[in-house]
Design a protein around this ligand. Structure first.
Ligand SMILES: Cc1cc2nc3c(=O)[nH]c(=O)nc-3n(C[C@H](O)[C@H](O)[C@H](O)COP(=O)(O)OP(=O)(O)OC[C@H]3O[C@@H](n4cnc5c(N)ncnc54)[C@H](O)[C@@H]3O)c2cc1C
Length: 499
């Protein structure tokens, strides 16, 4: 039996904790916040439930396999979602990638030839990734891992060819091949997902976004709570309100942590939290990290953070549903004149696309009777407006208010009269996310999704090892492009490593 400490109780820490405790190890999870979940946490305000940030996940084959493995699948109410896309030019809820294509073709009949060319290349990526709907081999080790690779081995030559062709191509580079810069179609193709993300990953998203988009009926927090309870039932200890301020090493190996001036010894430490902070802040002996790696960590940009508006509405879910049609809507802005790279644009939020989500439309129990909840989200330029007012509290409040109002105005185009039915409102900035999860700059999905700014060599590798013996990364930061499945794969790799 090994003594294992896990830093963080996001999905990564909770899954690693369950797997290791189930194997009979002594596992303690230290969580800085007062509740488990990290980015899959949620909270109630005035009777309304809100997801703190993450409203969905994809790659369900891996997620469900893991939950079955841990023994909690039946307890979690996973719900499949449909995504409605609305722009100046189209409005539809595609059933699959082909449905999405139809929507775009119908909106831009004059651009058929250009669309044919772009989609013929996109089809190649989507068709290979669409077929890979089995749990990824990262969940397994040994013979099981080899077996799980079979479905992928058949596709491997195609996958490798495509990843070579498109893995390092950004969405703007791809869009620029077919469409005039700043045209609506250029902005549609380049504006998908994270800014300038790998077009290979765009293909991956399009392969799953319409057919494999999931949430949890009782809210994401219920998922974290079920995993936490299960972990405790396996004998694990979850310490909430317990910020780890140091990882202790001896002879180049992690041997424990300190929390609230107390030393806790361990055979292994798994950091299921931010990579940069783990090695640059928490590690007691920085000389264990080669200088080149330290420089790379310094330089490597993180994924963009989110601005989220939380609204409690005094209208029923039925009333809200008349406008929303489905619980999740992406209101896309393809007009030129704004850029996520412009941190000085004070009007950014009135121009950005808005992701709109209502958890109470998924489950009416998540709002007071006869009322409904709504979240408005968008990715934010790094350090917008001097990092939200440069530590001036009043400037921060005003910027937050301005951004909130702009987002509400944008959403009002879909939900007329929205402003008049707001009973509760608040918002989270990337600074809020960093305060609650300790992710650098409120990074929403580990490192940058721009393949030109990669930290890891492979875009699909899971990198749990650190230069420090017995210190592993068990969070989404083990992958270039994080996310719920990424955190889970990292957790599995950590659990497989510790015998
Ligand atoms: C707005 C938003 C939308 C998203 N949408 C999606 C999506 O659609 N699909 C998808 O797959 N992913 C999505 N993600 C990303 C996904 O939620 C995350 O990648 C994933 O949940 C991260 O899990 P994790 O366990 O790696 O880390 P986290 O969830 O970040 O958890 C880390 C935990 O560690 C704790 N911690 C940190 N430092 C310490 C310390 N020193 N001591 C003690 N505790 C510490 C934190 O408090 C936190 O609870 C989204 C994220 C955001 C913000």
């Amino acid at each position: 039996m090994k003594n294992i400490i896990i830093i963080g109780s996001g999905i990564g820490g909770l899954v690693a904790g369950n797997l290791l405790a189930k194997k009979g190890h002594k596992v303690t999870i230290f969580e800085a916040h007062s509740m488990p979940g990290g980015y899959i946490a949620g909270f109630y305000r005035k009777g309304y439930y809100f997801e703190s940030g993450t409203v969905s996940f994809e790659a369900s084959a891996s997620v469900f396999e893991a939950m079955k493995d841990i023994g909690v699948f039946e307890k979690i109410g996973f719900v499949k979602k449909r995504l409605r896309l609305v722009s100046e030019d189209f409005d539809g809820t595609p059933e699959n990638y082909d449905g999405y294509k139809k929507l775009v073709y119908a909106a831009f009949p004059d651009d058929k030839e250009k669309l044919d060319a772009a989609f013929s290349d996109m089809d190649k990526i989507v068709s290979v990734l669409e077929n890979s709907n089995k749990p990824l081999p990262f969940l397994y080790s040994g013979l099981k891992m080899l077996k799980s690779m079979f479905p992928y081995i058949l596709n491997a030559p195609k996958l490798m060819k495509l990843s070579k062709l498109y893995g390092n191509m950004t969405s703007s580079e791809f869009a620029g091949r077919y469409f005039e810069k700043d045209s609506k179609l250029f902005r549609l193709f380049s504006g998908f997902g994270y800014p300038d993300m790998s077009i290979f990953m765009v293909g991956g998203s399009l392969a799953g976004l319409f057919t494999d988009l999931w949430t949890v009926k009782d809210g994401m927090q219920s998922w974290a709570d079920i995993l936490a309870e299960n972990f405790r039932n396996f004998g694990g200890e979850l310490r909430l309100n317990s910020y780890v301020d140091r990882i202790i090493t001896k002879n180049g190996a992690a041997v424990g942590v300190t929390c609230k001036n107390t030393v806790y010894n361990a055979d292994y430490v798994i950091s299921a939290s931010d990579y940069k902070k783990t090695l640059q802040k928490l590690l007691d002996d920085k000389s264990l990290i080669p200088q080149t790696l330290m420089d790379n960590i310094d330089r490597a940009p993180v994924s963009e953070g989110y601005f989220t508006v939380y609204l409690g509405l005094n209208i029923s879910n039925e009333e809200l549903g008349k406008h929303m049609k489905v619980p999740q809507v992406l209101a896309i802005n393809t007009k030129p004149g704004f850029s996520i790279y412009n941190s000085e644009d004070s009007e950014f939020f009135s121009k950005a696309s808005v992701e709109i989500y209502s958890s109470s439309m998924v489950n009416p129990k998540l709002s007071p009777e006869g009322k409904s909840s709504l979240m408005l989200q968008t990715k934010v330029p790094y350090h917008w407006m001097n990092n939200w007012g440069g530590e001036d509290k009043e400037a921060y409040r005003q910027l937050k208010e301005k951004a909130m109002d702009a987002m509400i105005d944008s959403a009002s185009r879909l939900i007329p009269g929205l402003k008049e039915c707001i009973e509760y409102k608040d918002a989270a900035t990337p600074l809020t996310y960093e305060r609650f999860t300790h992710n650098t700059d409120g990074a929403s999905c580990s490192w940058s999704w721009n393949p030109k700014k990669k930290f890891y060599k492979g875009i699909m590798s899971v990198n749990i090892e650190t230069p420090v013996k017995n210190l592993y990364i068990g969070s989404c930061w083990a992958m270039q492009f994080g996310g719920v499945p990424g955190a889970l794969w990292a957790a599995y790799q950590c659990a497989n490593k510790i015998k």
